[in-house]
Design a protein. Structure first.
Length: 243
């Protein structure tokens, strides 16, 4: 298992075992990246037997304003990725972990559908491509730009937070759930178009609450819960999230 950095990874068309390539994309503001993100990535690396797991910090998020500058968020992602790489080396050694700068380097808003379209162009039509998200994003997927087009390029795989209830989604989104839900094997063996909801993670971490904690924890001797130690040290050194 290797850790690398790339703006535009070009995956081989098949896995070492001869099956189609299986690629997962875990994007987000990562402001800051926390253990919930790492757990979600590790979960789907295992569940989907991913050949590649791509961590992708967002550039200019259309639905969020006032985020920490992208250079800091990228640096924190790379530090956290080293921890995730070590875990995958033990549990899923066939998974290559990549930190992608694709969205940070793109000018203008970071629309996920554009990112998936670009990746699909790079990897070809046959590879299994999955967008990895939390269930909080799944139930508001219909607020995303051109959200129905996501399924033209990828599966959508969501890790359910405690208390997740798909009935909180809009009627049109619940209809899409019913039409598109697949098993892990179904996602692994097809290029795109499905939805997988995994309820085994049971992690509920709020980046908003974590930032509020960090604003008052500048003199703490240990990192707040759910924040990787190297990320904590970087935040302290760069004086981020101060009140």
């Amino acid at each position: 298992m290797t850790l690398s950095s790339s703006a535009a990874p070009h995956a081989p068309r098949t896995s070492p075992d001869g099956s189609i390539r299986r690629i997962g994309v875990l994007g987000g503001t990562f402001d800051p990246i926390h253990t919930g993100h790492l757990a979600l990535g590790a979960l789907f690396a295992r569940t989907l037997a991913l050949d590649e797991l791509i961590l992708m910090p967002a550039g200019q998020q259309p639905q969020k304003h006032g985020s920490t500058p992208p250079g800091h968020r990228l640096a924190m992602t790379r530090l956290a990725a080293e921890l995730l790489a070590a875990e995958l080396a033990r549990t899923q050694p066939s998974t290559q972990l990549i930190v992608s700068t694709r969205e940070i380097e793109r000018a203008g808003p970071s629309y996920t559908v554009d990112t998936l379209r670009e990746i699909r162009r790079d990897i070809g039509a046959q590879a299994s491509l999955s967008l990895l998200i939390g269930s909080d994003q799944l139930v508001r997927l219909d607020t995303w730009h051109a959200w129905r087009e996501l399924f033209d390029y990828a599966h959508v795989c969501a890790a359910a937070r405690p208390g997740f209830n798909r009935d909180t989604a809009s009627p049109q989104l619940r209809e899409v759930f019913a039409e598109r839900e697949k098993s892990a094997l179904g996602v692994q063996s097809t290029p795109c178009g499905g939805i997988l909801i995994d309820d085994s993670l049971a992690v509920d971490i709020s980046a908003t609450e974590l930032r509020a904690t960090l604003a008052h924890a500048r003199d703490a001797a240990t990192p707040p819960a759910n924040l990787p130690e190297p990320v904590w040290q970087y935040i302290r050194a760069q004086h981020l999230y101060r009140a």
